[in-house]
Design a protein around this ligand. Structure first.
Ligand SMILES: NC(=O)C1=CN([C@@H]2O[C@H](COP(=O)(O)OP(=O)(O)OC[C@H]3O[C@@H](n4cnc5c(N)ncnc54)[C@H](OP(=O)(O)O)[C@@H]3O)[C@@H](O)[C@H]2O)C=CC1
Ligand SMILES: Nc1nc(=O)c2c([nH]1)NC[C@@H]1CN(c3ccc(C(=O)N[C@@H](CCC(=O)O)C(=O)O)cc3)C=[N+]21
Length: 312
């Protein structure tokens, strides 16, 4: 018997969301309000540069004003704080995003707390963490919010499902667990100290992997028919490893030869094969992250002006 899992197309869902955001931006612009996003990118981390450029480009496509600030690697915490204070005070900026990771000498926690909660489009400020936890309207982290959108728009059930989240980071695992709980799933959070991880993951109707290890979740670790959400973005550069992941996959072998790396998730393709539905990497959760950032920027623009941001 062959299993045909549903592939949850993040690119298509992100496209829907971006189209909706563009309509909202048009309506706001007609009232004299142009939502604005400032992205701070410190130093020259190639992966971060790619993400930030893609954020700025998407703003342009949707009619959102954007600004990219690129201080040098040598910037101090105090100088960063001054930059954030300036952006907090600016009338034309609705959203502030500090691209992570920051250089080691910069105090990330202090900086994230310095962003005005009303302009915190990443949803990382303790005030927004608290709002999410207590079910109040606010700005929620983009990647977990994207996961919820994928589930909703694919009509996949969440209420009453056994959801297992592997990973407990502040930017993905924890907020994802909180959002699934708010959506009435029965949530288990696993991490590097979890004993017998597979015993938990095998019980999951809905499994979220946000670990950062290529193909860590294997077929033996998942319940056949489960919904698998793969957040991991791992670059594999080894030819043999790519062949092990994707035997006989000519397209991926070509990508590896051309770019020197292939992106793989935290869930092994053999686990996808026995799932009911799954998000591919790339083209799954990652595709939603930027769309949700655009949505948060518009929400911030509305909230700051006392316009209601509809909760759907
Ligand atoms: N698609 C997207 O838009 C985004 C993708 N990502 C990707 O998602 C992945 C996770 O990101 P992030 O949350 O920031 O990563 P972190 O490194 O901050 O967190 C990883 C989590 O996984 C847990 N973990 C590590 N090893 C194991 C293990 N062997 N068994 C069980 N749990 C383990 C860690 O546990 P412990 O807490 O005990 O250390 C930790 O909680 C990365 O691949 C990242 O690139 C990240 C952000 C956005
Ligand atoms: N303050 C801050 N906020 C963030 O939201 C933030 C951050 N820092 N630091 C880094 C992580 C990572 N991240 C991604 C954004 C887009 C894709 C994305 O577009 N992915 C595509 C392409 C993947 C590829 O080919 O590289 C996909 O999965 O289909 C992925 C990951 C946001 N992050």
């Amino acid at each position: 018997m062959t299993n045909t899992p549903q592939i949850l197309d993040g690119v298509a869902i992100a496209g829907q969301i971006k189209a909706e955001v563009a309509v909202e931006v048009k309506q706001l612009t007609a009232r004299g309000i142009t939502p604005g996003l400032a992205v701070i990118l410190v130093g020259e981390v190639p992966a971060s540069q790619i993400y930030v450029r893609s954020k700025v480009k998407t703003c342009g496509e949707l009619g959102i004003y954007s600004e990219m600030l690129t201080p040098p690697e040598s910037i101090t915490t105090d100088e960063m704080l001054a930059l954030v204070a300036e952006l907090n005070a600016r009338e034309d900026i609705d959203g502030i995003l500090i691209q992570l990771p920051l250089p080691k000498h910069v105090d990330t926690k202090r900086l994230l707390e310095a962003v005005s909660p009303d302009k915190d489009v990443d949803g990382f400020h303790p005030v927004n963490v608290g709002r999410l936890q207590s079910g109040q309207p606010g700005l929620a982290p983009c990647t977990p919010a994207g996961i919820i959108e994928i589930l909703k728009r694919s009509n996949l059930p969440v209420a009453g499902q056994n959801a297992v989240v592997v990973g407990r980071s502040d930017i993905v695992g924890k907020p994802a667990a909180m959002m699934l709980l708010n959506a009435s799933a029965t949530v288990t959070v696993c991490h590097s100290k979890t004993k017998n991880l597979a015993e938990f993951t095998r019980e999951a109707d809905l499994l979220v992997a946000a670990i950062g290890r290529p193909g860590y979740v294997t077929a033996e670790m998942v319940k056949p028919g489960a919904t698998l959400i793969d957040v991991g973005i791992n670059r594999v550069t080894d030819v043999a490893e790519v062949e092990e992941f994707f035997p006989g996959d000519a397209a991926r072998a070509a990508t590896l030869a051309k770019r020197g790396s292939v992106v793989v998730g935290d869930i092994h393709p053999a686990a996808f094969a026995i799932s009911g539905a799954y998000t591919p990497v790339p083209g799954g959760v990652g595709a939603l992250t930027i769309a949700m950032l655009m949505k948060n920027t518009v929400t911030a623009a509305k909230l700051r002006r006392g316009l209601s941001a509809e909760k759907d």
